[in-house]
Design a binder for this molecule. Structure first.
Ligand SMILES: [Zn+2]
Length: 176
């Protein structure tokens, strides 16, 4: 008996800075059915592909692949998870400097910007269950970056000094 296995991966094209769709606000999810699960699969497959080919990156927001919905997929090796309808409910006064990039910049350059050190966030998981969590440092800045995407905001919008932009190769020289 012969088996023919077909693995269909849903690798989507990532919208790149300059595309006006990236500036739109995404809508909230109220139906946690099949269409949500399909978008999550698209995000997971696309992020996994990007992590392999670009050798960097931790998360992807649905609007980056053209789904204008409030969904974020975090492809963290030990703990991949999904945030639906995330809302940052408090932000620490304390901020810290981070070098940030984005798949929607094709990870071609990095910007040095300030992010809140700690945040509190309320979100739903892929089944609609509500979670309230606090995050700091690395996770805090990542979540701020991703939730910004749901409101049409990009990391470059946080630049306060145009001199704080470097190419990826320079960033790697300094930090990798
Ligand atoms: Zn991004």
């Amino acid at each position: 008996m012969k088996y023919s296995l077909v693995f269909s991966l849903a690798i989507k094209e990532v919208l790149i800075i300059g595309n006006p769709e990236l500036r739109e606000r995404s809508s909230k999810i109220s139906d946690f059915g099949e269409s949500l699960q399909e978008i999550i699969e698209d995000l997971k497959d696309t992020l996994t592909h990007l992590q392999k080919t670009k050798k960097i990156g931790r998360a992807l927001a649905a609007p980056q692949i053209g789904h204008m919905k409030q969904i974020i997929y975090y492809g963290l090796p030990k703990n991949p998870f999904v945030m639906v309808n995330p809302e940052i409910t408090s932000r620490s006064e304390e901020k810290f400097w981070v070098w940030d990039s984005c798949f929607s910049f094709d990870v071609a350059f990095f910007v040095e910007i300030k992010r809140h050190k700690e945040i509190k966030i309320r979100y739903q998981d892929e089944n609609g269950k509500i979670h309230v969590n606090e995050f700091d440092d690395d996770m805090s800045e990542l979540i701020q970056h991703e939730t910004d995407h749901l409101h049409g905001i990009l990391a470059t919008d946080h630049l306060t000094d145009g001199k704080r932009i470097i190419l990826r190769q320079e960033w790697e020289k300094r930090f990798a």
